[in-house]
Design a protein around this ligand. Structure first.
Ligand code: ADP
Ligand code: GLC
Length: 498
């Protein structure tokens, strides 16, 4: 884990991201890329964020204004043009790269079924545009912080294309891996457009089974690499955690740091949350009852005070492990007196399965298929338990939010779940959640059973755990201080880069 910044230096930082709240979010990446710049700005750094201007980002709503005039972006196929819009978020500037044919469509990375075929061009262009924007703005960053495959190429572009550009002579790159399963692997014929140079199409850099791998390039070229929890940093040094990239990560292990995500408690705190039925705090949890009733009403569940509710909010993707829950769901509902409130979208067969449960179990299962922020808050506040059967989880934010809402997580002990949840001890009532090791359907069944029996048989333990959970604090300030230290090290590393 990185230590805190000792020298108190203020940096100029460009965040290059493909999503960030409040503008656009498909998952935790959006939460992090909204919250981390905000706290760094508060700490006195000059932070700026660049996002693509997707069709769904409303210019009027966010008061986005064109700046600079048309901007030419060099690509392997010549110069392409875009427009820059400027907005603000929590006191720092946010720039939007507008290029209608790439970003003026519904969907960020796919059309709901298939990934967009031109993703390498879209995000290659975006990454190049981030560097061009710095120059046109005359903003000479100390650090460019890029995230996941979508902006991974910023790091190699700095070292390849901009190698001899004095403007970037002192700019270091930090690459954050939020999920190593999505590496940005594409067909080789996009390589020419990216303009990364034939010499670099090698196994150590961009080549991947004959195609291109964006993340591999960033792992090679970034001055520092971070990932979103200490446990996940260890997991990606080996397989299967690294999805085939462990040998490349190992080569950079001295520059790898695991920094746990924080939670943005401005938005996720039951004491002040305006989206829930009644506010409550660790000192007075009584409002949680009204939140449970509101959840039951909204999800058409029987209005029973003394039946536990298991909440779920998730992308339905293999990573999240709901295929295991699906296998044991009927058994759970047959054997246990429990209700479920489910909010999710993604995999079509899981959408059909979970979306079909309320018809089979009226009053016991409520499900809403889609993305809905207010319903997410309603579940966090109203449920008794929060289920995350993830096969792997780099950090996970929902369990962190759940702890704050006194909604005890039931989760597999992997990645950030392991780093944030304290295992329940049946003898003493210690702990903040229910963890299991094996990624199997029967482990999901058993652990849900363990939580439900604790609810009925050891209510005093539930009480203790709730309070303990609610006072856990995963502050962005702590994490941001660790990022400051990584920035310092990245700048040093940049100076010795061969
Ligand atoms: P991941 O990024 O892998 O999906 P995280 O736990 O890091 O997982 O973050 C997920 C974020 O997306 C959380 O803020 C969660 O509340 C939100 N989220 C996921 N699915 C939905 C949904 N269907 N509706 C509303 N919010 C959702
Ligand atoms: C990814 C991971 C998730 C993490 C999030 C934010 O989406 O799947 O575990 O919390 O990024 O870092």
């Amino acid at each position: 884990m990185a230590k805190k910044n000792g020298n108190n230096k203020k940096y100029k930082i460009l965040f290059a991201a493909s999503e960030a709240v409040p503008f656009i979010k498909t998952g935790g990446l959006g939460d992090v890329c909204g919250a981390l710049p905000k706290i760094l700005k508060k700490m006195g750094h000059d932070v700026r964020l660049v996002l693509p201007r997707y069709w769904s980002i409303n210019k009027e709503k966010y008061g986005l204004k064109p700046i600079l005039g048309p901007m030419g972006v060099p690509t392997g196929n010549g110069v392409m043009w875009c427009q820059i819009l400027e907005g603000r978020s929590d006191g720092f500037p946010v720039y939007f790269i507008e290029h209608e044919s790439y970003f003026g469509r519904a969907g960020l990375y796919d059309d709901g079924n298939w990934e967009f075929g031109d993703n390498p061009e879209r995000f290659g262009f975006f990454s190049r545009a981030c560097l061009q924007l710095c120059q046109d703005l005359k903003f000479q960053p100390d650090i460019i912080h890029c995230h996941d495959w979508q902006t991974a190429l910023v790091a190699p572009y700095l070292k390849i294309w901009e190698r001899r550009n004095p403007f970037f002579a002192e700019t270091a790159s930090v690459f954050s891996i939020h999920n190593i399963a999505y590496q940005g692997t594409f067909r080789a014929d996009a390589y020419g457009f990216l303009g990364l140079g034939r010499d670099n199409f090698t196994d150590a850099k961009f080549e991947n089974f004959g195609g291109i791998n964006f993340m591999k390039g960033a792992i090679y070229y970034a001055d520092a690499i971070t990932t979103v929890s200490p446990t996940y940093a260890r997991e990606i040094l080996g397989e299967p955690g690294a999805n085939g990239l462990s040998i490349y990560i190992q080569r950079r292990k001295d520059d790898l740091y695991g920094i746990l995500n924080g939670a943005d408690y401005d938005h996720w705190d039951p004491e002040i949350d305006p989206l829930i039925a009644k506010n409550y705090s660790p000192q007075d949890i009584s409002g949680k009852k009204a939140c449970k009733a509101a959840l039951q009403k909204e999800f058409l569940l029987d209005p029973k005070e003394n039946v536990p509710i298991v909440g779920i909010i998730s992308r339905f993707a293999e990573q999240k492990g709901f295929q295991h829950l699906a296998i044991v769901m009927h058994r759970i509902l047959r054997d246990m007196a429990v209700q479920f409130a489910i909010l999710g979208s993604g995999d079509k067969s899981q959408e059909d399965f979970f979306g079909g449960l309320p018809a089979l179990y009226p009053g016991r299962v409520g499900a809403w298929i889609g993305h809905h922020n207010q319903k997410a808050h309603t579940i966090e506040a109203g449920a008794d338990f929060f289920l995350m059967p993830s096969l792997y989880e780099p950090c996970g934010l929902n369990q962190i939010y759940s702890l704050k809402y006194g909604t005890l997580p039931i989760a597999r002990a992997t990645g950030g779940l392991k780093d944030t949840i304290i295992q329940y001890e049946e003898k003493t009532g210690f702990g903040t959640g229910f963890l299991y090791d094996q990624g199997t359907p029967s482990a999901v069944y058993d652990t849900v059973g363990w939580a439900v029996s604790t609810y009925y048989d050891r209510p005093h333990h539930m009480e203790l755990m709730r309070r303990r959970a609610m006072i856990q604090h995963f502050s962005w300030l702590d994490s941001a201080q660790q990022y400051e230290e990584v920035y310092r090290k990245a700048i040093l590393r940049r100076q010795t880069w061969q």
